[in-house]
Design a protein around this ligand. Structure first.
Ligand code: CDP
Length: 233
């Protein structure tokens, strides 16, 4: 299988299956997968644990800016997927809780946080052959990405998928609560001043409400084959 050295940006609304899709693309084409949301979630976890964001969502912006430069967020490959770390502590499970989801969009709206994470993401992208998922990858982080996908799906389908995912991981998941969190995050993400969630002009929309992951892989293989003369062997 051949595919040139490109960057693939997968942006879209919460719980549209961006990470599942991006991971499959990475594994099929031997690309590096990067979960930009995990970085925002890790900063948010740190802020919650250090009292930088209050339960009602007020942010001590000065304390947050002071903490950022020393915050060592990185990924380690366990052989069974990549895990998010802060320093030497694996936070993969802690960053996926509803408590973090509840505050992450507030933290992600802080410009200094976005600059800090954008710089890290661009470093990862320097060697290309990267598929990255997020909200602003195709608009801000890599506006020149060679392939941009914008994912969307029916809100009810999204809430059900996220609740099922949480249950599989042994977490409590009330579907109404999950749906409310998705609505709130989509609203904050789409309306923030810096790098709001929006479709890049040259992104291709994928509504996967009625698609399986295999349907999505067929769809992307066709696009890659059309655009990059990808040769299946
Ligand atoms: O998994 P899900 O789609 O629900 O969210 P995520 O990708 O883990 O991202 C969590 C949150 O981080 C989003 O709701 C955004 O507020 C923020 N985010 C962002 O602002 N920009 C990105 N490139 C990625 C995530």
């Amino acid at each position: 299988m051949q595919i040139p050295d490109i960057i693939i940006a997968v942006d879209g609304y919460s719980s549209t299956g961006k990470s599942t899709f991006a991971k499959r693309i990475a594994s099929e084409f031997s690309f590096l997968y990067l979960d930009s949301g995990a970085m925002y979630r890790a900063v948010t976890l740190y802020a919650i644990e250090h009292g930088i964001i209050s339960p009602s969502g007020e942010i001590d912006r000065q304390a947050l800016c002071r903490a950022l430069p020393a915050l060592d967020i990185h990924f380690e490959d366990t052989g069974n997927g990549s895990r998010t770390y802060i320093g030497d502590k694996c936070v993969e499970k802690d960053i996926r809780t509803l408590a973090v989801s509840d505050k992450v969009s507030l933290i992600a709206a802080v410009p200094e946080v976005r600059n800090f994470i954008d710089d890290r993401l661009r470093e990862f992208g320097r060697k290309k052959r990267v598929v990255m998922d997020g909200r602003d990858i195709g608009t801000t982080v890599f506006p020149d990405a060679e392939l941009k996908i914008f994912m969307t799906a029916d809100p009810v389908v999204r809430a059900r998928r996220r609740a099922d995912e949480m249950k599989r991981k042994g977490e409590k998941a009330d579907i109404q609560e999950v749906a409310k969190n998705l609505r709130e995050r989509d609203f904050i993400d789409s309306h923030r001043e810096v790098s709001p969630l929006t479709k890049a002009d040259d992104a291709i929309v994928l509504d996967n409400s009625d698609m399986t992951i295999e349907d999505q892989m067929k769809w992307i293989r066709q696009i890659i084959s059309d655009r990059f003369s990808y040769v299946r062997v």
